[in-house]
Design a protein around this ligand. Structure first.
Ligand code: NAD
Length: 349
């Protein structure tokens, strides 16, 4: 599809191609929609094989951020940026500041945050070139890495899924299968464990598995075996597209709720889950806790845990609302979430 055709079809506002020969920066900033507020979205740094793949990623992710903010009741729009390069080899302060100067030219229409390949220390460096940045490390006066807040929100989404499928939202005695024990997954595993859940976990990295077994009493399975675990909730917290034609027939759980983005390989997989009687808590609603934290930081409000966590806790009610709407209207939960988000964006408030 031609670029302007795609921008038109999904109503994108702006795409900025950033080139800086001095630092070698090659980046793209996409602003999807600012109807609800400035477009917030992370800076993803990856060695994209082609520029077309970088463009595709930034457009897809920016639009996803619009929907996430809308469903979470956050007054922010959707944006994203991608930097083409290997974060371990190519990332340096000069390159990050060059990106920050491009962000600054947008005068607050886009606010940068951390994502794959960047962290809260990088956001502190970017702030040297622009004030339009969130997730700045605590040592530089920011709110820091939002992952733990995201994990708390995911735990609220899981509780809603438990409530809808069992009538009881307590973790005690429940069995949660967690895929991915990174920043979000491990914090989530700890929340679930402390609330009394039994855990089965997997990751492609060994040390976190040993730690989860030792500290949380988790049972460890291989990355592929996680799809076959009989459990109350399967919680994907690693890569996208893990709900697909291969995995759907294998799931042995009544519900899926996790922090990973874009877990449905294709939109039709939401219907396939419904047909199998598996409740799907929409990913971009369940993982919106970090964004809710960023909103407070962007608006310059207090980011103490109590204020933020009480707002993130609304993910529980909002997930139940989506589930009810899906059931009443005979649609998938994914379609119900999109409908609610689109109504809010169209209303502009
Ligand atoms: P992370 O990189 O810290 O963790 C990802 C973990 O998944 C790593 O431990 C990695 O080894 C593991 N993993 C990778 N491939 C795997 C596989 N095939 N099977 C099992 N494990 C695998 O990332 P994160 O910040 O924890 O984010 C996790 C997911 O949540 C991502 O999809 C991210 O986009 C999404 N998310 C994160 C946040 C946040 O605040 N960090 C917010 C919203 C959404």
């Amino acid at each position: 599809m031609q670029l302007f055709q795609r921008l038109g079809e999904y109503d994108y506002e702006k795409v900025v191609f950033c080139n800086d020969n001095d630092t070698g920066l090659r980046a793209i900033i996409a602003i999807h929609d600012t109807a609800l507020g400035p477009a917030l979205g992370g800076v993803r740094m990856l060695p994209y094989p082609t520029e077309a793949e970088a463009l595709d990623d930034v457009l897809r992710l920016a639009r996803g951020m619009t929907y996430k903010a809308a469903i979470a009741g956050v007054n922010l729009g959707g944006g994203k940026s991608v930097v083409i390069g290997d974060s371990r080899a190519d990332k340096n302060p000069a390159l990050l500041r060059a990106l920050g100067r491009f962000v600054d030219t947008l005068a607050g229409e886009y606010v940068a945050g951390q994502d794959i390949g960047t962290n809260s220390h990088d956001m502190a460096v970017i702030r040297g070139a622009t004030r339009h940045v969130a997730c700045v490390h605590e040592s530089a006066g920011g709110a820091g890495d939002p992952s733990r807040t995201t994990a708390y929100g995911v735990s609220c989404g899981i509780r809603a899924a438990l409530k809808a499928t069992t009538g009881n939202d307590a973790f005690g005695g429940r069995h949660i299968a967690i895929q991915g024990l990174g920043n979000v997954g491990f914090a989530l595993a700890r929340f679930c464990h402390e609330a009394g859940a039994r855990l089965t976990v997997t990751d492609i990295a060994g040390p976190v598995l040993t730690k989860a077994a030792r500290e949380l009493g988790a049972e460890v399975v291989s990355p592929d075996a996680i799809y076959d675990v009989e459990c109350d909730v399967f919680s994907p917290n690693s890569i996208g597209a893990v709900i697909n034609d291969d995995t759907i027939p294998r799931f042995r759980c009544p519900a899926i709720a996790g922090g990973a983005n874009n877990v449905l390989a294709e939109a039709r997989h939401a219907d396939a889950l419904t047909e199998r009687g598996i409740l799907y808590a929409p990913d971009y609603l369940v993982n919106s806790g970090g964004l809710i934290r960023c909103q407070e930081e962007v608006l310059g409000k207090a980011t103490e845990d109590f204020t933020v966590y009480s707002k993130v806790a609304n993910i529980y009610e909002q997930t139940l609302h989506v589930i009810r709407m899906a059931s009443e209207r005979g649609m998938s939960t994914a379609a119900a979430a999109d409908w609610i988000a689109e109504e809010r964006i169209a209303g502009g408030e």
